[in-house]
Write a protein that binds this ligand. Structure first.
Ligand code: PMP
Length: 377
């Protein structure tokens, strides 16, 4: 059986996008690469909803390098507020433990967002240099309503950062309209390219206002990457450290496909498919980790009743789908996760429900068939 990858990233691939990355003997100074890099950078601004007051970055590595690069705009003793709804929100604690900054981190229970009262309490206590939130928390599938909070954050900080590693390319992202300063993502999730690049957009003004004497390291310091991105977006290339050449060719192809589909339709597709998936899951008597109203369109955590999640994920492979185990410590062993992003189709959702049903039926023969009505809407 060919396995369908419904892990939370890398997720379902597309051969054309992947094959575009097989580019024998391309150096970063070739005309072909310079043109791909320019188009890929412009594609980032398109999926992020940015005007040209933002500079896009493609950095070799992954989402975490993009996260750590926010140190480019921090000085010693700066106050930072992180609103963490799970494991990837908590990752900021690990990052900032390496730097001399003052971190306040708010944490939620698994499946919930930090409460409005807790957020407002911390906002009213002091002014922060930076406020960070995670758009889609991949450990639980919870979506933070950043569009509602961006204006409020603006009153209480200088720099608003959003981790969109699991949202960009699948959820509505309006960086300019919401006035976000830095939006972070990676190549391998809802954009649908292979892993290998950290991606972000930065409001150009930040470089004038905040980058002097910053606390960043060498590789993570965006001041080193900025000139390269500025010349690369114009099609002239540049070098600070070797770019992930194959990933850039794949990204160029992915963004061309995304523009063909349009972001509006892509967001609608993710919304509709995730709704069908959740309905099917609930109809089999299983639970959704994310509280109602906070479900994302890209990642779903599924609560199992009395079956170990590791065993579930292992057994589901027999039915041709690779899911991911749950990683939130509060619900360890009790749930698994489904990545449904990027190139996900109705057929993939169908396969996922089929694999869940067959895996559950082996464990409990009374498992009801999933409701497939939404497939015929
Ligand atoms: N933030 C979120 C929301 C994520 O889902 C991930 C990856 N699962 C990361 C950050 C870290 O990204 P990476 O693994 O690409 O370094």
């Amino acid at each position: 059986v060919k396995t369908t990858l419904m892990h939370v990233g890398p997720s379902i691939g597309d051969y054309d996008v992947q094959l575009a990355g097989v580019c024998p003997d391309q150096g970063f100074a070739s005309e072909k690469f310079k043109s791909a890099m320019s188009e890929a950078l412009k594609g980032i601004n398109y999926v992020m909803g940015c005007d040209d007051s933002y500079l896009p970055f493609i950095i070799p590595g992954s989402g975490t390098i993009a996260m750590e690069s926010v140190t480019t705009f921090l000085q010693r003793k700066d106050k930072i507020l992180v609103i963490s709804n799970g494991v990837f929100g908590n990752r900021w604690e690990g990052i900032f433990s390496r730097y001399d900054v003052e971190l306040t981190i708010l944490k939620s229970h698994a499946g919930y967002c930090v409460s409005h009262e807790d957020i407002m309490g911390s906002l009213n206590r002091k002014h922060y240099k930076m406020i960070i939130s995670t758009h889609v928390e991949t450990s639980t599938g919870v979506k933070f309503p950043i569009e509602k909070y961006a204006k409020i954050f603006r009153e209480h900080c200088d720099i608003i950062v959003v981790d969109g590693v699991a949202s960009v390319g699948g959820e509505l992202v309006k960086t300019s309209e919401w006035d976000i300063d830095i939006y972070i993502t990676a190549s391998q999730k809802a954009i649908g390219a292979p892993p290998g690049a950290g991606i972000l957009v930065v409001k150009k003004k930040l470089f004038q206002d905040y980058s002097d004497e910053n606390i960043s390291g060498y590789f993570t310091n965006l001041m080193n990457w900025k000139p390269v991105m500025e010349t690369s977006i114009e099609g002239n290339g540049g070098y600070f450290a070797t770019p992930p050449i194959g990933v850039v060719f794949s990204l160029r192809n992915a963004f061309a496909r995304i523009r063909d589909e349009t972001m509006e339709k892509r967001v609608e597709r993710h919304k509709k498919l995730s709704r069908s998936l959740r309905r099917g899951i609930k109809s089999m008597g299983l639970g959704i980790v994310a509280q109602e109203g906070y479900e994302s369109s890209t990642v779903t955590g599924v609560l199992l009743k009395d079956m170990d999640a590791d065993l579930f994920v292992k057994n589901a492979l027999k039915f041709g789908v690779e899911f991911a185990v749950g990683v939130h410590p509060d619900l360890k062993g009790k749930y698994f996760r489904i990545g449904h992003m990027g190139w996900v189709s109705r057929e993939d959702i169908f396969k996922a429900l089929n694999a869940i049903y067959n895996t559950m039926k082996e464990h409990d023969p009374k498992t009801p068939m999933p409701d497939m009505d939404s497939f015929f809407e």
